[in-house]
Design a protein around this ligand. Structure first.
Ligand code: AMP
Length: 483
């Protein structure tokens, strides 16, 4: 099928040709005519399928009729992260060239004042992260009663980040008669429920998942003790010993670890930048631009910050942490080995990772070989342990506590290195020190009492319930009951 058969306007077709696209992708072929018919669409598709153009191209065509009124945006696109929001804005610039579209981006880390001015002028397309949108709404600067099209993108990521209550609120604030375009890579029950509540007779478009893991990617597991300093040492050794490294992304499960690993690698002389949800927008842009341009060789990133980003092919992926969600593994390693090129993905596995590893191997339907001794062969003693204060750790053992045995191929560690690494941890800013995360607003009246306040842009993944994966030793001890 050709783009000209989809019903797009001549101006939009010109922009498509200028972008160098010759054929619509399957999701574009299926979604564009439905969007133009003003139907609701439920797209089950990942990034990389061309889904952004699947909604931006018909939206631009529809927006050619009519004009925006002050404070009343005509369309609203919700994105889970600032980077994705910025990428969608770029799409409007690219495909809307030659059109007089007013596009505004409402994301955290940017001043309210400039965003207010844009809204006041009248906006055709408002692209926002849910938290910032609600902040503007609560300040009374924004009316959502003129929304004709609502796009909810990366819905399953929104779920991971705790944004679903915000999404439900926003869906109730926009007119019932609006058109809704909803995209999610997966359909967990919570997302299914939202689609049933807020979509009207949607056209369901499902794009087959990409081949789980490309044949061009060499995947290897590396055993390491649970202890953080030794894990970082294992990472450095891997990075130094890997061959043909052009560039690489190091994935951590937590933002706090992104910060620590980044600082540590920088101290050890690597060319490295960090990308996580607590960094201000400028720092994130600088980090990404440097990595894209090749001036920075490595990027330490969290899943959410890296998700969906148009980052060029990388030669190596290092999973500092085994991801909690097996899908994230496929997504992470898919950053390498693209377009027939060769790539390598290492995953560090500690004694605490057995469940994560089983889920990953279950998902890709193969077992991943070990580089060096397997976890069972290495016989590390340490599993997840209670977090103790640094002072306490030093008091007990005169150094880092309860070290496990090293893998046979681990490099001997100089004591100075350990000291500098621990000092690195101490330099990572605390939550309170990070201005982007300070929340000075009064609590929202309509937030249910049982629902904990969460931080916007939080990409540490779901909040653990109770003790999370960690079981303190005292709970494992058997006790005698009296009587
Ligand atoms: P997305 O899934 O929206 O993140 O798109 C992934 C990439 O595919 C982006 O870099 C787009 O520029 C590109 N792309 C989108 N549509 C097409 C198309 N029809 N032909 C070629 N590339 C495309």
């Amino acid at each position: 099928m050709n783009f000209s058969e989809l019903g797009l306007s001549p101006k939009v077709l010109e922009a498509v040709t200028a972008s160098g696209y010759t054929q619509p992708t399957p999701i574009q072929e299926m979604a564009i005519p439905r969007v133009l018919e003003r139907k609701d669409v439920l797209g089950i598709a990942q990034t990389g399928t061309g889904k952004t153009a699947a909604f931006t191209l018909p939206m631009i065509t529809l927006l050619e009729q009519g004009r925006a009124r002050a404070r009343m945006p005509r369309t609203l696109i919700l994105e889970p992260t600032r980077e994705l929001a910025a990428q969608v804005e770029e799409s409007f610039t690219k495909y809307g060239s030659g059109q007089k579209l007013n596009v505004a981006l409402l994301i955290g880390g940017v001043s309210f004042g400039d965003q207010d001015i844009k809204i006041a002028r009248g906006v055709d397309v408002l692209i926002a992260t849910p938290g910032r949108l609600l902040d503007h709404f609560e300040r009374g600067k924004l009316l959502l009663t003129g929304i004709e099209i609502l796009v909810i993108d990366e819905a399953d990521r929104m779920l991971d980040m705790g944004f679903i209550p915000d999404i439900e609120r926003i869906c109730k604030m926009v007119p019932f008669t609006r058109q809704t375009l909803f995209f999610s890579a997966t359909m967990p029950p919570e997302i299914q429920r939202i689609t049933e509540a807020f979509l009207h007779n949607p056209e369901r478009i499902e794009i087959a998942r990409q081949a789980t893991t490309a044949e061009t990617i060499t995947q290897l597991l590396v055993a390491a003790p649970h202890h953080a300093a030794e894990k970082r040492e294992t990472l450095r050794r891997l990075m130094r010993e890997a061959t043909d490294v052009k560039n690489g992304i190091i994935f951590c499960n937590r933002k706090s670890d992104v910060q620590i690993v980044w600082k540590s690698l920088e101290k050890h002389g690597f060319s490295v930048a960090a990308l996580h949800g607590d960094m201000d927008q400028r720092a994130r842009t600088v980090a990404l631009d440097g990595f894209r341009a090749g001036t920075t060789q490595y990027l330490v990133a969290s899943d959410v910050a890296a998700r969906g980003l148009d980052i060029p092919d990388v030669s190596h992926v290092f999973n500092y942490d085994a991801p909690h969600h097996a899908e994230d593994y496929v997504h992470r390693i898919g950053r390498t080995g693209r377009a027939g090129r060769l790539g390598t993905a290492y995953t560090i596995i500690t004694p605490a990772d057995d469940k994560n590893l089983a889920a990953i191997e279950g998902m890709i339907k193969r077992s991943i070989p070990w580089l060096g001794p397997s976890l069972a062969e290495a016989k590390f003693e340490d599993g997840p342990r209670p977090e103790r204060g640094r002072g306490e750790r030093d008091k007990r053992s005169g150094g880092p506590a309860r070290r496990g045995a090293k893998p046979a191929n681990a490099a001997p560690k100089a004591s100075a290195e350990t000291t500098s690494d621990v000092a690195t941890e101490a330099t990572a800013p605390s939550r309170e020190q990070r201005p982007a995360q300070r929340d000075t607003r009064p609590p929202r009246q309509d937030r249910p009492a049982h629902q904990p306040r969460r931080h916007h842009h939080d990409d540490d993944g779901p909040t653990p319930k109770g003790l999370g994966d960690h079981m303190p030793g005292f709970l494992m001890r058997s006790t005698k009951l009296k009587g």
